[in-house]
Design a protein around this ligand. Structure first.
Ligand SMILES: Nc1ncnc2c1ncn2[C@@H]1O[C@H](COP(=O)(O)OP(=O)(O)OP(=O)(O)O)[C@@H](O)[C@H]1O
Length: 268
């Protein structure tokens, strides 16, 4: 695995998947311009299928922009970006990719179940399957007891779980979740991470989950560490700590930041 910011990297850690398994996401020389600035700069990495990969880095480093590029909602994307073997943003990916933004877009004046029914119809899930899928998604996020509550009356954490349930409809192969655990209490956070791992292990879902909280890193099998639009490393938490001779991902991150600064200073 290559930890050079510009190098080709594989977010598979110490146990790579069998060669036959194509990456769920493959980026090569990926750049994004927003306004007049390059906010994603020459990223290359793979995300292994059926794994939980964390996208970590400080606020403003480009995590949301990268996620938007992966789900096909970001303009001015340059380079190679393949999702489930298709160019990012392809129409055929719509039902195969679930995306939850930082600002959940569910309707406050509908109940949790009505929101899911509505989105199930929008997604084109056949009518006979809808009720079953909606109940399963509500159960996945532990919201069955609030299924008939108006979403606007739910707590912040419950509200964001309705959004997550929407993303689970149709059993997408790739789930892109932008800071899904922000503001949740420790028990809920743990339960959600357990759900993410269950989805990967039992349903073969690939999850890409952003966070700016380094202590969530150890909950991921693989990490993409970003800083200022560039990739610092793509590796498993254990491999990152070992390689940087540090005891925590936060220290590993700081070590990599210092090394990157050193390299920048050395470049004429
Ligand atoms: N609409 C926009 N026009 C120009 N620049 C933008 C726009 N939106 C975001 N940016 C810039 O792009 C960079 C990356 O932003 P992005 O939201 O991807 O970061 P992030 O890592 O997700 O941050 P956070 O953790 O705070 O959500 C930032 O420097 C931000 O100021």
């Amino acid at each position: 695995m290559n930890n050079s910011p510009a190098g080709r990297t594989t977010a598979t850690g110490s146990s790579p998947p069998p060669a036959a398994q194509a990456p769920a996401v493959r980026a090569a020389g990926l750049s994004v311009v927003r306004g007049s600035r390059t906010v994603i700069d020459d990223l290359s990495f793979d995300v292994a299928p059926a794994t939980v990969t964390g996208l970590l880095g400080p606020s403003g480093c480009g995590k949301s922009t990268l996620m938007r590029a992966i789900v096909g909602t970001q303009a001015k994307v340059d380079g190679t970006l393949e999702v489930l073997g298709r160019p990012a943003g392809s129409k055929s990916l719509r039902a195969r990719v679930g995306y939850v933004t930082q600002n959940p877009s569910v309707y406050g004046d509908l109940t949790a179940r009505q929101n899911l029914d509505y989105y199930a119809a929008v997604l084109g899930i056949p009518r006979r399957e809808r009720a079953g899928q909606v109940t399963r998604a509500l159960g996945d996020v532990d919201l069955l007891s609030h299924a008939e509550s108006l979403t606007g009356n739910l707590s912040g954490g419950q509200h964001s779980r309705v959004s997550l349930a929407v993303a689970l409809l149709g059993s997408p192969e790739l789930l892109v979740l932008d800071e899904p655990t922000v503001g949740l209490d420790p028990v809920l956070r743990r339960d959600l991470w357990n759900l993410f791992h269950r989805l990967a292990a039992e349903r073969g879902t690939t999850l890409l989950i952003s966070s700016h909280v380094m202590d969530e890193a150890d909950r991921c099998q693989n990490l993409l560490l970003m800083r200022a639009g560039r990739l610092l490393a793509a590796d498993s938490p254990d491999a990152l700590r070992a390689r940087t001779h540090t005891g925590s991902i936060e220290d590993a991150f700081l070590h990599l930041v210092d090394a990157a600064r050193e390299a920048e200073r050395a470049t004429p």
